[in-house]
Design a binder for this molecule. Structure first.
Ligand code: ADP
Ligand code: MG
Length: 346
């Protein structure tokens, strides 16, 4: 190790992963694809592969137990991992769950957590097959690994998008981020005066999007029924802009995204405006929607046209045309990712 000390914030999350994994090589024949997609791909037979993905949630960084009930947290921890398997166009089958807990948590609280984990296992039809349990000095950490399966020829990598393909997103965007703003506001009110009840009326949908996101296993089923294999796919965990950029970079392409096409729920827009936030900015940069972003050949347009779960938001261009979104006035603006600390308050 050299004496030089570089602050991790200098590189950001993705620069850090690149730096740490630059000397990783793959020696084993069954490793079909390692680092760089939503899940790793492992060959198990001529036509089938296993998919493996891991995510870690840390108290105080990814969740705040002041407003996140442990049952919801357990559910969400499973959902975000299943979402990564969906992002490969695969079906999740098993999970392992590892937890580090401080003595602050009574057993009953951890049972709540597992209640949520079990509910999600039922919902997504996955089996909990193992894990690890250890103590932590402070707080709670949950790490889940999901294992899934896909036919080799149906796997959608981030790298498969081609010029002229259509860019599609599922569901609607920005609600989880706006939901978080409401929860943060009520937390501050509660801290100032614990006798005031939280004012969450009318915010059910966006609150649910933050507290109980769903993995889009339904979309993976619809795509199979429609006989559509996305040329590329990624799930939206960090925010649409950042995920579009990952997909385009991995595919060596550019894109045009039209902001008037972005699917934003009416309540999300209204609440964003209440917080002096631009709904389009929330849709582009707010994270944790866990929707899917994918590309399809133009020939597949008729199959997805009018589908209530899928919205065409733009198209893929040549790499030299760059990555841009077009606003309502026709202005062309370069896409920017907010990086790993985009929720950091000044
Ligand atoms: P996602 O947002 O889909 O969960 P990430 O952005 O977390 O994906 O990770 C991108 C890629 O980098 C994945 O292939 C992941 O497995 C890999 N990765 C992340 N952290 C590490 C690490 N510390 N060591 C090795 N690989 C890592
Ligand atoms: Mg992902």
């Amino acid at each position: 190790m050299s004496d030089k000390k570089t602050d991790v914030n200098e590189l950001g999350e993705f620069g850090l992963i690149d730096r740490l994994t630059k000397n990783v090589d793959q020696k084993v024949d069954s490793t079909e694809f390692g680092i760089g997609d939503d899940a790793a791909v492992i060959t198990v037979s001529d036509d089938t592969s296993l998919l493996v993905s891991t995510d870690m949630l840390i108290e105080g960084v990814h969740f705040n137990l002041m407003y996140m009930p442990l049952k919801h947290l357990g559910y969400k921890a499973v959902a975000v991992n299943v979402s990564d398997i969906c992002a490969m166009n695969g079906v999740a089958e098993q999970i392992t769950v590892s937890i580090a807990v401080s003595s602050r948590f009574p057993i009953e609280a951890l049972e709540e957590l597992y209640d949520g984990i079990n509910t999600a296992c039922q919902m997504y039809n996955v089996d909990l097959i193992g894990g690890d349990t250890t103590t932590s000095l402070t707080g709670l950490t949950i790490s889940i690994t999901a294992i899934g399966r896909a036919k080799k020829k149906e796997i959608s990598y981030r790298s498969g998008a081609n010029e002229f393909d259509l860019l599609v997103v599922t569901g609607d965007l920005g609600a989880a981020f706006v939901g978080l703003q409401v929860l943060e506001r009520e937390k501050e009110v509660f801290k100032a005066n614990p006798n005031i009840q939280p004012d969450l009326d009318g915010h059910d949908y966006i609150m649910e999007r933050q507290l109980k996101p769903e993995a889009r296993i339904d979309v993976i089923r619809f795509l199979k029924e429609l006989n559509v294999v996305p040329s590329a796919m990624i799930d939206i965990s960090d925010g649409l802009a950042s995920e579009i950029m990952h997909l385009c970079k991995a595919s060596n392409v550019g894109c045009r995204v039209y902001d008037e096409k972005l699917p934003i729920d009416g309540k999300t827009s209204m609440t964003a405006i209440e917080f002096n936030l631009d709904p389009v900015t929330c849709a582009l940069n707010g994270g944790e929607d866990y929707e899917l972003l994918f590309t399809v050949k133009q020939d597949d347009f008729d199959k997805i046209k009018g589908n209530p779960h899928m919205t065409v938001i733009g198209h893929v261009t040549d790499q030299t045309d760059g990555m841009y979104y077009v606003d309502k006035n026709g202005a062309v603006i370069e896409l920017r990712a907010q990086g790993w600390d985009h929720f950091k308050k000044d």
